[in-house]
Design a binder for this molecule. Structure first.
Ligand code: NI
Length: 149
């Protein structure tokens, strides 16, 4: 495993749409391993592949004891609303309030190529939305309200 360099706001790769993964192979599994190591090293809640310079639809999330590795994630259901502080490893030093769904269901493929589905609320729902946004070139600062407002 290796720690990869986290791209920062201003890097055009963060504004591009990532491509679907068509085949689960060793390269994708190494990418997942590196993303997990990078996320943990940087104390992040989640990381999306474009943040390490790879335009593929791959995300990782770690909240508490739960580690999620998801390929081609798709939000298939959302319900409710929550507004809370958000930050991002690609936008260091900035946190803003962002309104997100309270609950989401997400489907995708795991690292072994198996179809999986997750339901998450609160911070997990927020993390899913934040990371899927990255795959579409969207950063939380596009949606944020400054803390003082
Ligand atoms: Ni982020």
């Amino acid at each position: 495993m290796a720690i990869r360099n986290v791209r920062k706001e201003g890097d055009p790769i963060l504004r591009k749409r990532s491509k679907e993964v068509s085949e689960i192979n060793e390269r994708i599994q190494i990418l997942l391993d590196d993303m997990i190591e990078t996320m943990d090293e940087e104390d992040g809640v989640g990381l999306a592949a474009p943040q390490v310079g790879v335009l593929k639809r791959v995300i990782v999330i770690r909240i508490g004891d739960e580690l999620i590795q998801l390929i081609n994630p798709e939000i298939i259901y959302e319900n409710g609303e929550q507004t809370d502080i958000e930050g991002c490893l690609s936008v260091p030093g900035i946190s803003m309030n962002v309104t997100r769904p309270l609950t989401v269901k997400v489907k995708g493929i795991d690292r072994n190529g198996k179809e999986v589905e997750y339901e998450g609320s609160d911070l997990l729902a927020r993390a899913f939305c934040h990371e899927v946004d990255h795959l579409n070139g969207i950063l939380f600062i596009d949606k944020g309200i400054s803390e003082s407002e």
